[in-house]
Design a protein. Structure first.
Length: 369
């Protein structure tokens, strides 16, 4: 590139920058038509008409909320294990499968225990015959023990070996029953790790979880103790999907404060099948407070580093009112007029709930219908 071409390019760039500067000056001078004055510490003038929506200020019941985090726990959960070891003969269920109370979950093959039970059964039968022979020898009818005196019958059972044989049979039957694993209550099966023909574990074989009702344990600060009571409604939202919500109730409040200044609380919630034991959840406890001035959260904005809401007069003017927020939840505030600012707030006021972000005191507004 020669000097002449370089000079021409430089002139073009300067011309473009000059033109851009003129445009920006025009925007700066003519784009903002709003003027503002300060009166009594308030922005007082704006010729721009703002479209707003309003609600009528009314006293109503307010759902005061207490938020916490917790973990779901099944109302009933039992770790099951065989009473004896051996090779696993059958596993009749899979993890996650629902079983009824008493269902056979798995069995262990112990042929030695079966032989022992059969042997003790035969010994018991022989002892029973010996008992009848003894009683016949004493002048009583065979097979009828109801008329035999209790002390004589006890001695006859001992001499015939009947008592010892009966105990042996009961023991062998108990041992053989330990090779079968039954569900102690209805629920879902979890944590099966073995397969058929594996050696049965010495510890837990599986877990039965009754999660038709789940408990959630959570903590609150001691200052919130008076807010709580058994029976209060709660709402549960899983962190995995906070669009879903489940209703429950507080069922227990621990009457002790821990070293962190917190109180343990338990609530119950019915499971529709989408909740599982161990799931982390958000807990929302609600108590209704009657007769409060309630506004949507969008109604309150910040002015002079203080909370303000705007009311709308019949002549289309917005006036700000300093307020104090007494309570809040996810959707609303309970407010009262800020007494330190001599503010006034009355039932029936038309409160602006949208279009209020850029309003000043005495702004012209147009209410959307």
């Amino acid at each position: 590139m020669n000097d002449s071409e370089s000079m021409n390019m430089r002139k073009n760039i300067l011309a473009s920058l000059f033109a851009f500067g003129l445009v920006m000056m025009a925007v700066a001078c003519g784009g903002n038509k709003k003027t503002e004055d300060v009166k009594d510490g308030k922005l007082t003038y704006t010729p721009q008409i703002n479209e707003v929506t309003v609600v009528k200020l009314e006293r109503k019941d307010f759902a005061r909320q207490l938020l916490s985090n917790g973990k779901l726990v099944a109302s009933r959960k039992s770790a099951l294990q065989f009473r004896t070891t051996g090779k696993i003969a059958a596993i009749n269920v899979r993890n996650g499968e629902y079983v009824s109370s008493g269902a056979v979950i798995a069995t262990v093959d112990r042929p030695d225990l079966k032989l022992s039970q059969e042997s003790s059964r035969l010994s018991l039968r022989k002892a029973e015959l010996d008992l009848y022979d003894y009683l016949v020898g004493q002048g009583y009818s065979a097979g009828d023990t109801t008329s035999v005196p209790a002390d004589l019958l006890a001695m006859a059972k001992m001499k015939s070996g009947y008592s010892a044989a009966k105990n042996d049979f009961a023991r062998s039957s108990y041992e053989i029953a330990g090779t079968v694993l039954h569900a102690p209550f209805s629920g879902r099966v979890a944590d099966i790790k073995q397969k058929p023909f594996d050696q049965s574990p010495s510890g837990t074989f599986c877990t039965i979880v009754d999660d038709s009702v789940l408990e959630v344990d959570f903590s609150v600060m001691e200052s919130e103790y008076s807010f709580l009571s058994v029976g209060l409604p709660v709402r549960i939202r899983p962190f995995a999907d906070e669009t879903k919500e489940y209703s429950g109730k507080v069922t227990a409040i621990n009457p002790l404060v821990d070293e962190k200044g917190q109180i343990s609380v338990t609530a119950q919630v019915r499971n529709d099948g989408s909740l599982i034991d161990g799931m982390n959840v958000r807990v929302i406890v609600e108590r209704m407070i009657p007769g409060q001035l309630v506004v949507p959260r969008s109604a309150v904005v910040i002015r002079d580093n203080l909370d303000v809401l705007f009311t709308c007069t019949d002549d289309g003017k917005a006036h700000w009112t300093y307020v104090t927020i007494l309570y809040s939840n996810g959707e609303s505030y309970v407010v009262e007029a800020n007494k330190d600012r001599n503010a006034e707030l009355n039932e029936g006021d038309q409160v602006i709930v949208s279009g209020n972000l850029n309003l000043a005191d005495n702004s012209d507004v147009l209410v959307k219908r």
